[in-house]
Structure formats: structure tokens, C-alpha cells
Design a protein around this ligand. Structure first.
Ligand code: FNR
Length: 399
């Protein structure tokens, strides 16, 4: 039995939505909305979650399932939990332990952690906290020289796979961030910040921990030649100047000795391009509904991509996973494993590393219970026969 801090234990926290409420109470509005929000009308953000709700389980009853085998092999790593912790940019703003806490939580749970390029902690420190697999997510911030230096450091430190995010041709329009003055708050211009400061008065605990942590840090893993670490305020501009294209994958295969995964694939066409450029896998992802609004729910396009991948590359998916049952549904629809983003980040916001552990424990308990109720003893046995698709979805098994 785990001894969770009271604030994240039952009956206060029973599911991920409860952790989200805890996060809302702890974070200033600008930080909570940065984590919680999506682009424009937030349709894709909502659709990601709704798609899971519209899949119906088909259980096999009168089955005794005393133990569940949750093991899955991803990119050569044996994971004992089929949900990988997704890259969340600047987790250090959410909690001072940020990326280090997430990596430790993942390692303890027997899964992998993907570190964002936009990390407030040094990649070496993140790696040092866990024996589990750690993978690096790349944005070409600061151009190829900065990326090459980071990749060399990451490989040397023991990061064993590279996730290249391809859905950030420009920054998504997050309307909540504009209303909250997130740009002004990051700018360092005190005069410009004044109209937006009141949201911090009601969150003294977060403000204290933020100040003790030294305020906004530069990005210690993006060292721009001749300039040093990139400032957070310059990230949006740097992203716009450094869009990744499929051509970059050829260079990346020279620069990175390990497997490369394209994160942000939403069509069969892009899955085939990923195969053509030598990727080892893809993540079916719409960036958690934060980039192109109006794009399909990821669960819905997953079968198209599984089909295009044709067993040649590994297919992961993310977006909207809030319950263990969602993980099962994604695997039934052909994903090898899922990535979770906000689900663990809400926990981190609520309570740092124990909050990450709590989020994972909730999902693990869900997962085991749902497998038992489904009458399936192993993740490797899940398939589409355990779910019924809504009528207007194409049958993933049909040609
Ligand atoms: C992200 N995501 C993201 N992806 C990425 O490749 N690099 C990054 O730096 C970030 N940063 C980031 C910050 C925040 C606050 C969020 C919520 C998300 C996207 C992330 O890796 C993942 O694709 C989504 O979070 C998955 O959706 P859910 O699980 O949050 O619904």
C-alpha cells in the first residue's frame, strides 16, 4: 500500500481528473492554462478524449485472470508498463523538479521518459535520476549546430532513442496563453507584466517554489554557438526559424546512432514517408490538440497509420489518454504503446514526483482492473475484437 501525501490520496484524488483539479488549485492561471489548453477552439483537444469514450469494450466473461502481463517492447526496450511519459516542454515551470521528477517516476514504473528539447534541467541530470530508458525529443531550436551538440551529449549520457517532432511548422494559436499574458510574463519586461500579475497573488506556494528555484531558467540543452543557452522567451521565434523537414532525417541519421521516431504523424502518407527516411517508428499525435486545431482525434486515424506502417515500423500514439482503459483501447486499435502527456503533468503540478507516481499508479490500477474485466491476461493478446467501433469509423481490419 502506498502512502501518498494526503492531498493526492483517496478520497481527494481518485482519478486523473482529480489530479487536474489539484493542478488547477496549485498553479497560477497562466501556467495551468499552458498545461491544460489547446489551440483555437480546442476541438482536437476535446476530440482526442471523446474518441476514447466512443469506443465500446467487448469483454470475454467467465474468465479467471489472476495476473495481467503488462509488458511491451518498444524500440528495443522492455517496458513493464505500456504508457511512456511524453515530452512536456518546460516542465520545470510546472514544478521545480520538473523533468527530473518525471524521469524518476517513469523509471520506477518500468517505463520510458522522453525529455523535451525545451527542458529546464540539464539532460545529464535527468538521465542520472533513473535507470529506466530515457529518450530525447528534438526541436531544431538554434539550428543544426545546437542540435548536433545536444545529440552528442544525449547519446553520451545514455539517451537511446530520438523523437523528432514534426507537427510544429509554426506555433499553434493557444488563445488562453494570449489572454493570460504568457508572452508578456516570459518577456522579462516588468512594465508589460503588470496587468497580468494578479493571477499569482492567489498561488503563493507556487510563487515561493518558483522563486526559490531561481525563476525562469535558460534552456541548458540548447547551446547556440556564440550565444550560449537559449532563453525561453526566444523559443517561439527560434521554432519558427527551424522547422524540421523530411530532408533533415537524412542528416539526423548521420548525427544520431540510435533509432529515430517521427512524432506527429496523422496520415498514412506521412507514415510511409517516415519509413522512406529510415525512421524506426512514428507517434500518431496531434500534439495533444495544441497545434493544428480541427485535425482528427488521434485514436480515429490510428488504424490508417497502422495499415500504412505495415509492420515495418513501430506505431505509438498519444492524445487524450486519461484512463487505463484508454491505453487498452489504443492498443486494441493497433498501437504498440501510448504516450501520456497531461495525465502525468497534472500529477507533477499537484505534488512533484509523488504526483507523477500517483498518476501512473492510477493508470496502472485502471489497466489491471480493465484487463481482468475484459477477460484478457496479456497486453500482447489485445486486438480489435475487444472493442466495437462507432458505425461511422472505418473498420481498421478491412482493406
Ligand atoms: C506538450 N507536447 C510536446 N511535444 C513535444 O514533442 N515537445 C514538447 O516540448 C512538448 N511540450 C508540451 C507541453 C505541454 C504543456 C503539453 C500538454 C504537451 C505534446 C506532448 O508530448 C504529447 O504529444 C501530448 O501531451 C499528448 O496529449 P495528452 O496526453 O496531453 O492529451
Amino acid at each position: 500500500m502506498n502512502n501518498w501525501p494526503r492531498s493526492i490520496a483517496a478520497p481527494h484524488v481518485v482519478n486523473i481528473e482529480d489530479l487536474r483539479e489539484r493542478a488547477r488549485k496549485r498553479l497560477p492561471r497562466a501556467v495551468f492554462d499552458y498545461l491544460d489548453g489547446g489551440a483555437e477552439t480546442e476541438t482536437s483537444l476535446r476530440e482526442n478524449k471523446r474518441a476514447f469514450e466512443s469506443l465500446i469494450f467487448r469483454p470475454r466473461n467467465a474468465m479467471a485472470v489472476p495476473e495481467c502481463d503488462l509488458r511491451v517492447k518498444v524500440l528495443g526496450a522492455e517496458l513493464t508498463f505500456p504508457a511512456i511519459l511524453a515530452p512536456i516542454g518546460y516542465s520545470r515551470l510546472i514544478h521545480p523538479d520538473g523533468e527530473c521528477a518525471a524521469a524518476r517516476g517513469a523509471g520506477k514504473a518500468g517505463t520510458a521518459y522522453i525529455l523535451s528539447t525545451i527542458s529546464g534541467h540539464k539532460l545529464e541530470d535527468v538521465r542520472a535520476g533513473t535507470n529506466g530508458p530515457v529518450w530525447y525529443q528534438l526541436y531544431l531550436l538554434g539550428g543544426r549546430p545546437a542540435a548536433e551538440a545536444a545529440l552528442q551529449r544525449a547519446w553520451k549520457a545514455g539517451f537511446s532513442a530520438l523523437f523528432v517532432t514534426i507537427d510544429t511548422g509554426t506555433a499553434g494559436m493557444r488563445e488562453r496563453d494570449i489572454r493570460n499574458g504568457t508572452g508578456q510574463l516570459m518577456s522579462g519586461n516588468y512594465f508589460g507584466m503588470i496587468p497580468f500579475l494578479s493571477q499569482f497573488f492567489s498561488r503563493p506556494a507556487w510563487v515561493a517554489s518558483y522563486l526559490i528555484d531561481g525563476g525562469i531558467h535558460k534552456l541548458p540543452n540548447v547551446i547556440v554557438p556564440g550565444q550560449g543557452p537559449l532563453a525561453l522567451v526566444d523559443v517561439a521565434k527560434a521554432l519558427n526559424e527551424s522547422v524540421v523537414t523530411w530532408k533533415d532525417f537524412h542528416w539526423l541519421r548521420e548525427a544520431w546512432p540510435g533509432p529515430i521516431v517521427a512524432k506527429g504523424v496523422m496520415t498514412g502518407e506521412d507514415a510511409r514517408r517516415a519509413i522512406d527516411v529510415g525512421a524506426a517508428g512514428v507517434v500518431v499525435s496531434n500534439h495533444g490538440g495544441r497545434q493544428l486545431d480541427g485535425v482528427s482525434a488521434t485514436l480515429r486515424v490510428l488504424p490508417e497509420i497502422v495499415k500504412a506502417a505495415n509492420g515495418q515500423i513501430e506505431v505509438l500514439m498519444d492524445g487524450g489518454v486519461r484512463r487505463g482503459g484508454d491505453i487498452i483501447k489504443a492498443i486494441c486499435m493497433g498501437a504498440r504503446a501510448v504516450l501520456i502527456g497531461r495525465a502525468y503533468a497534472y500529477g507533477m503540478a499537484a505534488a512533484g514526483e509523488p504526483g507523477v507516481n500517483r498518476a501512473i499508479a492510477i493508470l496502472r490500477a485502471d489497466l489491471e482492473r480493465t484487463m481482468k474485466l475484459l477477460g484478457c491476461s496479456s497486453i500482447s493478446e489485445l486486438n480489435q475484437s475487444y472493442v466495437q467501433l462507432p458505425r461511422d469509423w472505418p473498420d481498421a481490419r478491412a482493406d
